[in-house]
Structure formats: structure tokens, C-alpha cells
Unconditional design. Sequence first.
Length: 434
Amino acid sequence: MESTIDLFLSKRLSDRIEKVEKEAAKQRAGLVTPDDIASFDAQYAETLAAEKAKFLPCNWLSDAAKRAKQISLVSHAAKFTHSDAKGSSLLVKASSSGKHQCLSTSALSEIHTDVVGNAATLDVANMLLLEWEGKRVLDYVAANDSSPFKAYADNDEQLSEWMQGFSEALKLSEPASHVLAKQVYFPVEENSYHILSPLASSAMSHALYRKIQDSKFGEVEKARRAAKKTKRFAPGIVQDIPDLAVQTFGGTKPQNISLLNSQRRGRAYLLNTQPPTWVGKVQPPQTEASFWFGYIRKARPVVFDLRNFVLASKQRESTMEIRAQRQRLVQNLVDELLQYVSGFWQLPEGWSQQDCELPEYLKAWLDIGSTDIRKATQSDKDAWVKAISDKFSQYVRAALEAKKLELSDIELKYFRQQIKRESVRMTKDLEVML
């Protein structure tokens, strides 16, 4: 453990010296006279010596022991509810029973201890979380074992002061809620209640974050995805977690929430817990009429929107804005048709050849897996693409005129021309797709 502490302090000293040197170089570059430079160099030498003295193990541990009371080691932190919440946090230990009926923090095989408190004291927290052979410094402190610090103390009295100071980080304040915390007033008897204050589990969030990060960006998972992309074999299963949400805490200063939150850059994953969505089985159309009536039924909301828009704008003067909106609605009808058709593309190859009365143009369009049909109709491609366009125009006009829009001859002619233009656009799209 001593070598681990030495390495930790050496790294902190190195980082601090690098920062001081950069600041000094900028200041020295602005000096001109030899006297100013000499004075600055002398002052810089003193500053450098003072910084090095701070990070001598004995000096740093003495200062750290005094500052340890400014932090608390927790598993559930109040600040995840609100960054200004002053309520109590909580430290839960992993359960050794191995029997858990639900997922909770105590069910974790390893609980990552979080740290809350003064963000400027997180260096003390990082030291307490140093680990050697599966045991952390804070575990020694909790067991009142001073062996990690003996080599650095001048005497037993100093060692005792260090242990007492570091133990302050393990003490939790009396349970207390706060006006900015979540609170549930739970009645227990007449004119009496308990305040229940739910706390977010930072330990659970951290375990979930590490698991998901590994499944998304781990080297093993990257290799598996690369093999899948190139259709090569790779051992194991490619993991994919759909519909993840990310919640952020602390804004630009995640360290003000907690230490683990800072390590996660303020991010926490949320799993999708929505109930399953019913997806109906796609039933292939048996006749031409059933296909087009199915489309009109699916596109009914768009048909209603277009019909209502035409009625609402009937008494108004035709403007560019009205014409543009009407065109967008007709374009939506085309998009609905293409989306409707794509559902049939998932059906097994050759489904249109079994007890099906569809015309050839629909078989060629809907049963894209049937190479026999495609070959047979390839020479008539222009004809059946035109048939699709004509039928689309026919059924859409019929659906719109069913409610007797009472359009004038000029309006009706213009409207039909617009539908025809969209049919032409769809024809071009079909030629590219097919």
C-alpha cells in the first residue's frame, strides 16, 4: 500500500509542478529588465520549493487528515435530486446473503463508494479510495488499522491524529431531509408521520454506466461488431441495448455533485422501461381493392387533415402559403403509401403466388423477393409503374370527394392536377427503387 500512496503523491506533485511551470513561463515571458527577471526567478524558486514541500508524504497527509471532515463516503447522494440539496446522504454495504428478490444497490457484487462534499477536497477522497490487493485505504481506516501510514508518521501521536482525521470521512450526519430533496410524508398514526426521502443510488448508476460503456465501447465488443459487419465469426454474443436515455447531473461542474459523477462526466444511463408495444402481424392483400382500401384506411388521418384544410381554406383567397401547405399534405399521402408498401416487403418470398388475386403490377411491387415475378414483369416495368401512379390518384381523389367537398370546377381541376403531379413524383421514386 505504501508504494501505491507514493505513486499517488508523486503524480499529484508532477501535475502541480507542471501547472506552476506553465504559469511561470507565461509571466516570465512578459519581463524585460534583468532585475525583474532575477527577482522573478528567485520568487519562482521559493514557490517551487514550497510546492514540493506540500507534497512530502508527512506534510500532505497532515493537511489531508484535517480536510477529510469536509467529505463523506456514500452510496446514495442527496445532490442527485438537486445540486443545492443539503439533506443527508447514505452509505449502503453489499449484501453477503446472495439472495435478492429485486435489483437494488445491496444486490451489487461490488459497490463503488462515492464521495460528496467540498469538491476541492476530492484529492483526499482519491487517496482514501486507493486500492492494493483488493483492499482500499478507507478499509484500513474503517478497521482502525494505521499500517498504510506508519512509514510516513514522525511519531505515534501524529499517526493517531491522521487516523482520527481520516475517520471523519466515514461518519455520516444525522438523517435529515431538505426543502429541495424529494419528500414523502407517510402517516403512521393520528397527527404523526414519517418523512421518507428517496435518494438516487450513485453506486447503481455507476455499475450500470460501466456495464453499458463496456458493451458499447469495450475492445471485445468492438471486435465482435467488426466481425459481424464483415460477416466473420467471433466468439460470444454481440450486445445491443436499444432506446437508451442519458441523464446529466451538475452541468459544467459535475464534480460538485459527487466524485463518481465527475468520473462519468455527469452522465447516467436510463434503461427503457416502457411496456411492450403491440405490433400487428402483416397480412398480405388478396385483391387489388383490399390493398388500396387498406392504404386509405392507414392514411385516413392524413386524408382527414387534407380534407379539413381544403374546407377551411375554401372561402379564403388562394395564397402561396395555402398552396404550399396543400402540396405538403398531398406529399404526405405519397409518403404514407411508400411506408405502407414497405411492410409487405418483409413477407416471405413468393407469397403473392399462393391463392392471391392481385394484378401483376402489385405482385411485382409488393413481392420484391420473388425473382420469377420480377423477371416476368421487367419488360412491362413502365406500364405497371404507371398503373401504380394512376391507381393512387384514383383512390385518393375518391376518398377526398366522398364527403362532397363541393369544390368548383376550377378548384377540382387544380386539385386533381396537384395529385397527378405527386403521382409523377412517386413514379420517379419507384423507378429508382425498382
